[in-house]
Each structure stands twice: as structure tokens, then as C-alpha cells.
Design a protein around this ligand. Sequence first.
Ligand SMILES: Cc1cc2nc3c(=O)[nH]c(=O)nc-3n(C[C@H](O)[C@H](O)[C@H](O)COP(=O)(O)OP(=O)(O)OC[C@H]3O[C@@H](n4cnc5c(N)ncnc54)[C@H](O)[C@@H]3O)c2cc1C
Length: 186
Amino acid sequence: MPLDYVQQLRELFDGPGTLSELAFYLHAPAQTDSSFAPPGHESLYILVPVPHLGRPLSNWSNDAREAFRQRVLTTLEYVHGFTNLQESLQAWAEWTPIEFDRIYRSMYGAAFAFEPTLFQSAYFRPHNRSGLPGLYFVGAGTHPGAGIPGVLLSAAVTSSLILSEMPAEAPSKAVIVPKIVERGQL
Ligand SMILES: Cc1cc2nc3c(=O)[nH]c(=O)nc-3n(C[C@H](O)[C@H](O)[C@H](O)COP(=O)(O)OP(=O)(O)OC[C@H]3O[C@@H](n4cnc5c(N)ncnc54)[C@H](O)[C@@H]3O)c2cc1C
């Protein structure tokens, strides 16, 4: 985290779309699963929180994207001690809010659905049962919230609702659903 993480959060959520410092979430999956990199190599997942596309200065033009990538790698090398990171890079893939917007049609390219403010969290998120009979919602943008645990709970809630509201004579196509409920509750 940046030293001033409160400032970081202000910039992310309320700022114009630029960041004075970067925060990182890093994962090196090949450390525990060798199938994630060829022998003698490493793979690195780098997540950097950035403002969404609704901010006035949010810019992911080719030049801005290139500059941001450079900033991420340079910060990891010179601030966090990843020596020779840039020299060692053989292949990479990157996603910005533009990809979340274009590929997933996510509002403002936001990766985590609704901002988790109090009145958009838990009970206040869109409910799993719609107002229309037979129409249900599930996943990160619904109750109870984003993240794999939240999404599994959402699946458990929605599948329970469907099972409890299905007409008794309907063929039990959803027989697999109770298994998902059990796994979501672990
Ligand atoms: C970069 C990043 C890092 C994350 N890290 C973590 C983490 O460390 N821990 C954690 O718990 N959570 C993490 N999350 C959050 C977590 O991944 C999500 O909350 C979760 O995957 C959302 O699940 P979902 O089923 O709602 O949606 P998704 O997993 O997005 O699944 C929706 C699926 O629907 C498909 N789809 C979309 N439109 C259509 C259509 N019209 N027709 C057919 N299919 C369609 C999509 O291709 C996709 O496969 C992370 C998310 C991101 C973006």
C-alpha cells in the first residue's frame, strides 16, 4: 500500500482520475503451481487499483497505457526491489478499465461491480429475486456482493430461492443446485 493510503482511496474514488502513488496486489502462482510458467521461468500477476472511466482525466489511450505500464514496472523495480523485472519480461497481457468496459460491458469499466459503500452493500445491493416472477439475479453485482466468497453465497441464495419457488410438479432439472449450495456454505 502507499504510505498515505487514505489519500490513495480519495484519489481512487473521488479524484479526477490520476494517482500520485500506486498500490499493488501481487501473486506469483508458479511458486505453488509449476504449470503457470515454463521451467526456469516465473509468472507474475500484478493488480493495480485505478479510477474508473467516469473520472474526467481517466485516460487509457495507447500512449497513456504504455506510460502506465512503464510506471508499474519501474515502481516495482525501484521502489519494491524486483530487480531486472523489465529485462526479464518475455510475454505479458494487460487489462485496463477499457477492456472491462468493452469486453464485459461493465459500467465505467469497473472491475468489481458497484462501489461497496454502505448503501450499496449486503442487503442494499440488488436483490436476487427480481420483481418479475421467474426472473432471478446472481453474481458480483447482486446480494451479497463481489468476490468469489460473495458470489458463491449469491449462487447459494439464488438457487435456494429458485428451488423453494419452483412449482412442485416441474421436472427437477436443478437437482445439481443443492451441491453448489453446500460448497458455497463451506
Ligand atoms: C482483476 C480482478 C481480481 C480479482 N481478485 C479477486 C480475489 O483475489 N479474490 C476474490 O474473491 N475475488 C476477486 N475478484 C472478484 C471476482 O473475480 C468476481 O467478483 C467474480 O468473478 C464475479 O463472479 P460473477 O460470476 O458475478 O461474474 P464473472 O466471473 O465475471 O462471470 C460472468 C460470466 O458471464 C459471461 N458473460 C457475460 N456476458 C455474457 C453474455 N451476454 N452471454 C453469455 N455469457 C456472458 C462472462 O464471459 C463471464 O464468464 C477479482 C476480480 C478482478 C476483476
